[in-house]
Design a protein around this ligand. Sequence first.
Ligand code: SF4
Ligand code: SF4
Length: 437
Amino acid sequence: MSLADKILASGVVGAGGAGFPSHIKAKSTPEFILANGAECEPLIHKDYELMVNYGEEIVAGLNLLAEELQVSKSFFGIKKKNTKAVDSINKHLNSVNTSLTLLGDYYPSGDEYELVYAATGRLIPPAGIPLDVGCVVNNVETLYNIYLADQDIPVTEKFVSVVGAVKNPSSFFAPVGITFRELVDFAGGATVNDFGLFVGGVMMGMLSFDLEDVVTKTTAGIIVLPKEHYLIKRKNQPEQNWHRIGKSACDQCSYCTELCPRYLLGYEVEPHKVMRSLGFTKTGGSVWNQMAELCCSCGLCTLYSCPEDLYPKEACDKAKVEMKSEGIKFIQQKPVKVHPIKDGRRVPLKQLIQKLLLKDYDVPAPFRYERMNPDSVKILLKQHIGEISNPLVIEGNYVEKGQLIAEVPERKLGSNIHSSISGIVEKVNKDYIKIVS
Ligand code: SF4
Ligand code: SF4
């Protein structure tokens, strides 16, 4: 079996958040492979902890892929300040064809466009993918899962950080399908009565108040914050308020554009111009400034740059959805050219954390070896980019941990799904499989 087939069989998808099926990347023909250990979401330290504790396995995954794809060079992107992780990875980088790309402590250094540029000096074409410039990028946890897949061990766990208002902020392996309630309990419980959860991060993640939501193969972690925290109030505004307030209060100062990482990298995305579109009384894809398409939804404009606390990122998100539904595509005319002042305008993570009022929660999330032992799991059939997986089990079946329970529809993009515990299948429907131990 080729490595790509093993990755497909084991259900490996991008663990950094996107969930792109990894076997597709393992069949491509890049010139370079990049390991992404840049981790820049405030407070989340799961990649750091994984690199410190599983450096050998991550590098082995990178080397397996490099060998399979016969690349000329690999790069390992990692923040210079994370010296323990740098040492752990460096110890195992014995190939002359792999070099460390040491990154500054800025947001968003983990963005693929940023990482590819930092490592190779290449600029991905507007709306393109790393492969357009000969690169394949994999998150470090994905590489760890590729190492396991090579030994026919499927993905049944997700490495997560549980941080914020919890007694023991920590990072650990959680069975796929476990509830957020169990994650919070495993981290010692919340330190406040009323709280919300940022799933995947405060900048690019989702706000949830549902403790029964479950961990998927892309859950990077959860940040527990008191309900009265600035970020929860800010994120919990109804959508119509984002746009109503923006329409009347945006003074076109353009700070959102001047600090936009994609704009500074040379892409034609100017969120202040997207905000102008809110002034139209008409709705639909055609009223939006089409530059929104090149926004990567990093959230910096909304949560850091805008002095009026407006929502330019959300305006870009809405524009993208409406333009897509009407088949409108933006084509950048100008060549991509890095802004001469890019370096001077990067946002230090520490400054971002201060602005987001998260300084009190900015603590380590050390690795815990103990595994969780849930009574049941609810495993979603869509945890990845592509088609929903087809269940292979019926109610009443007994399944072993690691058993294939749902598979990619034939000749479609998707991912296999395995049971994360041994037990009886209690429920199967179009969305999930519930297993009780
Ligand atoms: S920073 Fe805020 S006020 Fe200034 S142009 Fe952007 S959205 Fe408008
Ligand atoms: S979210 Fe805002 S800052 Fe980030 S890429 Fe989009 S427009 Fe630029």
